[in-house]
Write a protein that binds this ligand. Structure first.
Ligand code: ADP
Ligand code: MG
Length: 255
């Protein structure tokens, strides 16, 4: 069963198209990584999926879920990191389903927040101020918040971009567990192709238009993938990531 059907989606800012004629479906249980160069339309695409930007043309069809039931972790900004509220308050806002923050939460909402804080190991910081936490702790809190909104679909925009490698691994372990053990469908924007290939089942490679959509195994066979990782290299090492990213070009030629 599909949770989302995206059909011929085009999104323009003023006159420039950021996303052009993109079509794919999000099947229940899938783990999708959206990859592509900076400026290739990844964030615009996920913002449109969660309803923050209207499509210019085409459709985003939701099946059996509402927009409020999508857990969304936006690409981080400094402003969000400085949010003056306690960890518990931040997590609880995930229960609101898009409504205004309220001092009154139901017992069920509080229980949901407590469960997700425990799941992500942030219960010890429950009463602390969000902005006093480290980047990795904040990201876990924001993930707990996103989980309060959903049992089904998490959409994450570069969740690891603010994290160091160790914490990044922890975060990916958590995401994989949520996908495998809880059956939560994951759609994650990632700038790290190697992590994306390791974690995800399905790849969407954006270059304004959709350059590839399909399984990780079939993506591995493409010239696009070989260009991404630098085709002469027999083996990819951790410390080579940076160089490979710079060697990579999309078929669109440097959006
Ligand atoms: P990515 O997340 O892949 O880096 P974005 O979706 O953020 O890409 O951006 C895609 C293109 O749209 C870029 O050319 C970017 O400059 C442009 N863009 C993004 N946000 C806006 C905006 N709010 N107004 C105008 N142009 C934008
Ligand atoms: Mg982005």
């Amino acid at each position: 069963m599909n949770l989302l059907n995206v059909k011929n989606l085009t999104v323009r800012y003023e006159r420039q198209a950021a996303v052009e004629d993109v079509s794919f479906s999000v099947a229940e249980g899938d783990y999708i990584a959206i990859i592509g160069e900076n400026g290739s339309g990844k964030s615009t695409l996920v913002k449109t999926l969660v309803g923050l930007i209207p499509p210019t043309s085409g459709d985003v069809e939701l099946c059996g879920i509402t927009r409020a039931q999508i857990g969304y972790l936006p690409q981080s900004t400094v402003v969000q990191r400085d949010f003056p509220a306690s960890v518990t308050e931040v997590v609880l806002t995930g229960c609101l389903g898009g409504r205004m923050p309220s001092p009154f939460y139901t017992r069920a909402q509080r229980r949901c927040a407590e469960e997700n804080m425990a799941l992500l190991g942030v219960t010890p910081f429950a009463k602390k101020s969000f902005r006093e936490l480290s980047g990795g702790q904040q990201q876990r809190v924001l993930l707990a918040r996103a989980l309060c909104a959903t049992e089904k679909l998490l959409i994450l925009d570069e969740p690891a971009s603010v994290l160091d490698p160790v914490v990044t691994h922890e975060l990916y372990d958590i995401l994989r567990k949520l996908n495998e053990e809880r059956g939560i469908t994951i759609l994650m924007v990632s700038h790290d192709i190697h992590c994306a290939m390791e974690q995800a089942k399905t790849i969407l490679h954006m270059g304004r238009s959709q350059l590839f959509w399909g399984s990780v195994d079939s993506y591995r066979e493409t010239a696009l993938y070989r260009r991404m990782i630098g085709s002469c290299e027999p083996e990819i090492h951790e410390h080579d990531h940076h160089r490979h990213r710079h060697a990579a070009h999309t078929a669109e030629g440097g959006m």
